[in-house]
Design a protein around this ligand. Structure first.
Ligand code: FES
Length: 137
């Protein structure tokens, strides 16, 4: 398991998401407003992109009209048929013991304005010898 720079934190506004591809896997990254969360982008029902789903706080109700909102638990609702998945655990709430998506850890790190990219070029030593530069290959 490697660490990958996927984008700048400011690229994902609160309440929005971004689809990224890491090591051939599509991952949906969400900014819940208080944290960043990431899950597999593919819904286990029929394969919709979860990055296109809406996020909302978990709502529980003991009786009609008597509900509580848990702002610490954030769900994503699949854009196709509305299945919901907890962004922390990946569990669904249509069948939480059987249906889930894989959650991933997301961290925000401070950078000094520069982040190493994935591309590089080969480097060679160059020395000044008298009035000439000498490249060593
Ligand atoms: S494809 Fe996600 S709920 Fe159907």
């Amino acid at each position: 398991m490697g660490r990958h720079v996927i984008c700048r934190a400011e690229d994902i506004a609160p309440g929005s998401s971004k689809r990224v591809e890491v090591e051939g896997r599509e991952i949906a990254v969400f900014n819940t407003g208080t944290a960043f969360r990431a899950v597999t982008n593919r819904c286990p029902h029929e394969g919709a992109d979860l990055c296109r789903g809406r996020i909302a706080a978990f709502v529980d109700a003991d009786a009609p009209g008597a509900f509580t909102v848990d702002e610490d638990r954030v769900m994503v609702r699949c854009p196709w048929h509305g299945w919901e998945f907890d962004l922390e655990t990946g569990r669904s709430y249509c069948d939480p013991n059987r249906v889930r998506v894989k959650p991933f850890e997301v961290n925000v790190q401070q950078a000094d304005g520069r982040v190493e990219g994935k591309y590089s070029v080969e480097t060679f030593p160059v020395e000044a010898e008298g009035e000439y530069l000498v490249l060593t290959i």
